[in-house]
Structure formats: C-alpha cells, structure tokens
Design a protein around this ligand. Structure first.
Ligand SMILES: Cc1cc2nc3c(=O)[nH]c(=O)nc-3n(C[C@H](O)[C@H](O)[C@H](O)COP(=O)(O)OP(=O)(O)OC[C@H]3O[C@@H](n4cnc5c(N)ncnc54)[C@H](O)[C@@H]3O)c2cc1C
Length: 399
C-alpha cells in the first residue's frame, strides 16, 4: 500500500520548530510501525503493548510532561498533534496513549506532589508502566459526582471499596492488570478524593475485560475491582476533597485531545474517499464527476477544516495547569466528534460496498469515530455544560 498523504503532509501552519519535528517523527512512526499492525489488533481486539513501549522509547508517551520527569515539556498543541496523527491510522492505539499520557500522567503532573511525580512519571513516560484513570462506575457515568466507590480513612491509609468500569488500559493482556491508576472515590458523601492505586496492592484486581466493542478495539477496556485495598496516605493526590476540581480540570485537556483524534479520523477518511472517487468509474465516468459525491467530499473537507481550526485555536491558548477552559474544550469536542463521524460515514458512502469491507479502512475508522461522541463526556454532557457555563458567563460567547 502506498503511503497516504496524511503522513507526508501536515499543512496547518505549526507554531514552532518543535511541533514540526514532533509531527514529522510521529508521521514516520505511524507509517512504519502503527499502520502495519492496526487492522490485526482491531480484528483480534488486542492491545499492542510492544508498540506502546516503542512509543515510550520515541518520547510519545509524555509530550506534555516536564523534561525533569522524562517528558518532552511540550504544550497542548503538541498533544493534539500527536493524537491527530496517530488517529489517521489506529485510533484505538491512540486512545490507549491518550488515557495513559493525558488522563493519567498529565493529571499526576498537575495534581501530584514531588515524591509521587519523581517516583512514577519517569516510568510512565518511557512506557515501563501503563497508566489509566478510573472515573466511571457500573451505575455512574455522566453523573460522575454521584460515584459510589468509597475511600474510608483508617490511620495512615485509606480503605478503598468499589468497582470502576470501561477503564482504558485497565488491563494490558488477558488477565494482566495495567500498572497504575488515578481512582476517584468518595471520602465523605459529596466529597471526592483522588488516589493512586498500583498493581500489586492487595484487594486490587482486574474484573471483566469488555469484549466485542464496536470500535477502539485495539485498546483494552476493563472493569477494575477494589476490595478493601489499603492505599497509603502518601498516594493521595492533593488534599482530601480536591478530587472533583482535579477531575474537572483534567477533563478539559482530555476533551481537547479526544477532539484531536476526530481530526485524524476525518483526515484519513477524506484522503481515502478522494482517491476512490477519482479511481472508481460508473456510467463511464469517475464517480467524483457526480454532484452527490462532490457534496460528500466538499462538505466533509470544509467541516474538517472548520473543526481543525477550532481545535488548534483552543489548543494554542490552552494552559494545562489552569482550570477555566471548559467552554472551549467542550465546544471543540462537541463539534469535532460529530464531524469525525459524519466524514467517516460519508467515506463509506463514497466507497459503496468497498467502504463496508475492512480492507478499505474507513469502516474501522467509522466504528472508532463513534466512541468520541461518548467517551470523555457524551454529546449531551457537552451540550449541558456549554448551556450552563454560557448562561453564567454570556460574555464567553464573544471569546
Ligand atoms: C471505549 C471506552 C473507553 C472508556 N474509557 C474510560 C476511562 O478510561 N476511564 C473512565 O473513567 N471512563 C471511561 N469510559 C467511560 C465513558 O467516559 C462513559 O461511558 C461516559 O462518560 C458516559 O457514561 P455512561 O456510559 O455511564 O452513560 P450514561 O451517563 O448512563 O448516559 C447514558 C445516556 O444518557 C445521557 N445523559 C446522562 N445524563 C444526562 C443529562 N443530565 N442530560 C442529558 N442527557 C444525559 C447521556 O448523554 C447518554 O446519552 C470509557 C467508555 C468507553 C465506551
């Protein structure tokens, strides 16, 4: 297969030479190492730990982490760029990278203390440890502040009790737990505290692996069970009761990078449908001569460019250590997620029967695109947040 355009060209004016360099090295990694394994790991529903560790070796697991902890010390634009380019090929793999480096590591870098960061971040940045974030529970998703997992303080530790579900990187292989997690739990009714829970702590175990997922099948999604786990006080992030604020702050960069994933999906789908529309003939002409096909391509491109302008505009202004950018992050993900799914859908339509077949890639991207309307906040959650936040601060409409 010839190398798709998306890996050679990235025509957005990138702000710095560091971004250029990062984009070039991620594109090379994608072409040589990600693309050849993507279809297989989707089909087999397997997480590629070796590839993940390779991403760590190349410095892609800690782009936003400070250099003193093994990161690249780059900004939100770099994180979005990484997610966009990885998602042109394997959004499921990208989801694992994102859960590890943004949901877990970036969160720890902002909210952890020096000892925690020094001990954990270098291991996470190189991929020796696989990290994840535990917010969702079997009975609590969008309504996350109502979570039921309990952390009862007992002397020098917390006793953690509960179950989390849909956790990306919960496991790395059948029966094998991920290494380290930020777990949100209630320390009192209505009070949430974040704890670092590590593989090997007695009472902490992998529950069921979710199989037969619609998309993102190369990421490992699991239930995690905490049965009286003794979590030392030294593993608490910040102060007791600060978990809700930490969670909301980290959701902002999570949503922004998830929006970056939708951009990558759309970019690849546009390239595939454009090529096919030029090659495929019907009624004696290339199908790109037909107005209906032009509509899919033209509108898909315009929507993709509009989403990309929005997402990178938000990224450029984004300070991961500061809260208060929820309006922009919610808007970026709300728009980009729906755009990604629409463009992937258009690509299948343009390819006709071929679009329905795995070999032609767009059906996998279409399946992956759907998750971005659910994970990290549903479309409805973004709509709700935006209405609430804009009602409180109508001046934010003007920017
Ligand atoms: C592949 C995958 C990976 C994931 N990875 C992680 C992870 O790593 N860590 C983690 O913690 N979670 C993870 N999640 C969970 C994800 O964040 C949740 O699925 C999501 O937040 C929605 O929660 P829910 O599934 O419980 O749906 P619910 O909250 O039950 O929502 C069901 C429906 O009701 C709607 N709804 C709910 N409340 C309202 C309201 N007030 N107004 C209007 N509509 C409403 C929702 O929008 C949705 O349409 C993952 C999920 C998937 C599928």
């Amino acid at each position: 297969m010839s190398e798709p355009e998306s890996w050679r060209r990235f025509d957005l004016a990138l702000p710095t030479p560091e971004h250029e360099l990062l984009a070039a090295s991620v594109r090379e990694f994608v072409a040589r190492e990600v693309e050849p394994q993507a279809a297989f790991h989707d089909r087999e529903e397997r997480f590629n730990l070796a590839l993940f560790r390779r991403a760590g070796e190349l410095g892609f697991l800690g782009v936003t982490l400070p250099e003193r902890y093994g990161g690249a010390g780059l900004d939100a634009t770099a994180a979005v760029l990484l997610c966009e380019i990885l998602s042109t090929s394997d959004p499921g793999f990208c989801l694992s990278v994102l859960a590890h480096s943004i949901l877990f590591a970036q969160n720890l870098a902002v909210n952890g203390d020096e000892l925690q960061k020094k001990r954990i971040l270098p291991r996470v940045a190189c991929g020796e440890w696989v990290g994840g974030l535990c917010m969702t529970e079997p009975e609590v998703g969008t309504d996350v502040l109502a979570l039921r997992t309990r952390a009862q303080r007992e002397g020098d530790h917390y006793r953690l009790e509960g179950t989390k579900t849909f956790i990306t990187n919960g496991g790395v292989d059948d029966g094998v737990l991920g290494d380290v997690f930020i777990v949100y739990a209630a320390t009192k009714p209505g009070e949430i505290t974040a704890l670092l829970v590590e593989k090997g702590m007695p009472g902490f175990r992998l529950g069921q692996k979710w199989r037969d997922k619609l998309g993102m099948r190369s990421s490992f999604t699991a239930e995690l069970v905490f049965e009286g786990v003794r979590v030392p006080l030294a593993n608490r992030l910040g102060e007791e009761g600060e978990g809700a604020v930490q969670m909301m702050r980290n959701l902002e960069i999570e949503r922004l990078t998830l929006a970056g994933m939708s951009l990558g999906i759309a970019q690849r789908c546009l390239e595939v449908m454009l090529r096919h529309a030029g090659e495929r003939k019907a009624f004696g002409r290339p199908i790109r001569d037909f107005g209906q096909i032009q509509r899919y391509i033209g509108e898909g491109f315009a929507e993709y460019r509009a989403a990309r302008a929005l997402v990178y505009d938000v990224a450029r202004r984004f300070d991961p250590a500061r809260a208060g950018q929820r309006v922009e992050a919610d808007a970026a993900k709300l728009f980009a997620a729906q755009m990604g799914k629409r463009v992937a859908d258009a690509a299948i339509q343009v390819l006709g029967g071929y679009g329905y077949m795995g070999e032609y890639v767009v059906e996998r991207l279409w399946r992956d695109a759907k998750l971005l309307e659910i994970g990290g906040g549903t479309l409805e959650a973004h709509q709700k947040n935006l209405t609430r936040d804009l009602s409180r601060r109508p001046d934010r409409i003007r920017g």
